[in-house]
Ligand binder design. Structure first.
Ligand SMILES: Cc1ncc(CN)c(N)n1
Length: 216
């Protein structure tokens, strides 16, 4: 079995929890209250800046020219493609930019930046993989359920589309190769990083759904 298939097997129950979460269900139905989507988009704009920096850190760690190029393109893409999506949504829903990260965004971005700075390329790649893979699966899931005239259609189309699918395929191939070159101790760390990021994906949706703020 491919290493990445094993990774997915490990988070299957967690993935089910993500797709059954109120945020994802209501996004699919088009009934998600606007303030929850606004909170999500504001936090996601902050998240994407650091996600891109985490990918750039991986490009520095890579030694094969093809890998350097790949991570550099992922980093640029995270800013370019998703900025378009956010600018569209900022306009559509009259969202003001937010400067403060709420708890899940804070935890997730710090985790990604720490893993990609202090761990090996393979472990860093495993940490960022859920950001690609879970979004593709959630995008496809929502697209399959989605009603006509869903107000969140632009978001759904981005993550359910062919362009994103291709990018995720490239990231999966890369991670698979890095895992095959890794020791079993390193593979274990890859699994831990992958599971932790997947957990933080759930927290990210949940913070938006609950409109979570700092308690102190
Ligand atoms: C929190 C989060 N995770 C993943 C993605 C998709 N790159 C995103 N936009 N936001």
């Amino acid at each position: 079995m491919h290493f990445t298939d094993q990774l997915w097997q490990q988070i299957t129950p967690l993935y089910e929890t993500i797709v059954s979460h109120g945020f994802v269900q209501e996004l699919a139905a088009g009934s998600l209250p606007a303030p929850k989507f606004q909170y999500y988009i504001q936090q996601d704009a902050l998240y994407l800046t650091d996600f891109s920096r985490a990918l750039a850190q991986l490009s520095v760690k890579a030694s094969a020219p093809a890998d350097i190029l790949q991570f550099t393109e992922f980093a640029a893409n995270a800013i370019r493609v998703e900025r378009i999506l956010h600018e569209t949504n900022f306009d559509l829903y009259n969202i003001q930019p937010e400067t403060q990260k709420k708890p899940a965004c804070f935890a997730y971005t710090n985790f990604l930046l720490a893993m990609t700075a202090t761990q090996s390329l393979a472990v860093g790649a495993a940490a960022v993989l859920p950001c690609f893979w879970i979004y593709r699966e959630v995008g496809k899931y929502i697209h399959a359920q989605s009603r006509e005239r869903n107000p969140y259609q632009a978001w759904i189309d981005t993550y359910a589309g062919d362009a994103f699918d291709q990018v995720v395929g490239q990231m999966l191939d890369l991670t698979e190769r890095l895992a095959n070159e890794a020791s079993s101790a390193e593979q274990e760390k890859m699994q831990e990083a992958f599971v932790q990021s997947s957990r933080l994906e759930w927290y990210f949706w949940n913070d938006a759904y609950q409109l979570t703020d700092w308690l102190v």
